[in-house]
Design a protein around this ligand. Sequence first.
Ligand code: FE
Length: 231
Amino acid sequence: MNVARASALALTLVLVAGCGSPGGQVAPPTPPPATSAPTAAAIAATHAPTAIPATDAPSPTVLPSAPAETVAPTPDCGGGVTPSLTEGPYFTPNSPERASLLEADTAGTRIVISGYVLSAECRPVAGALLDFWQADADGVYDNAGYRLRGHQFTDANGRYVLETIVPGLYTGRTEHIHVKVQAPGGPVLTTQLFFPDAPENSTDRIFNAALVLPVQETADGLAAAFDFVVP
Ligand code: FE
């Protein structure tokens, strides 16, 4: 054994001893957190389907004031800016402001979608606009009124909660929800959200796997968390 190899071996032994002995020269590693990976229930709780009352929407005059230090834990936005997709032919401007698109006679499978709007720097954006529109459970859009259409603003922590139904299919498309997202004073991101395991995903030419909602079954029904990263 040459000198260099012997030195390396000695160093290795010191390091190993340090890891196993509190009296060693090397500081013991930080113990892992006691908690295990979050459960589905915990994730669902994080994105609890408690609807934000429409009155919680911050007014534009108080938008830019949320310092990053006070917001909720930073979500993962490692995927970069949310992909944009075609608006399609059925957008209607001036939708009502509401977090729930459900009306008394709205049929379909209820789902709560919630998450953050994040800047490209991964900071939650307060007061961001989200304007959702979708087909009903039969795949039909209301192009005369505002059924299953509505806009809302993220709260002071950059969060939104949408209560709606799983949309039905219409010719040539898989299940999808349209949305426009805009940080205050920023460009509009137009995109669509999709559903896992829909057979039509494989044949829909607009479908983007990065925009699939991670739908979970919870005690309150279907829920999905989805964060938008705006340009
Ligand atoms: Fe559509």
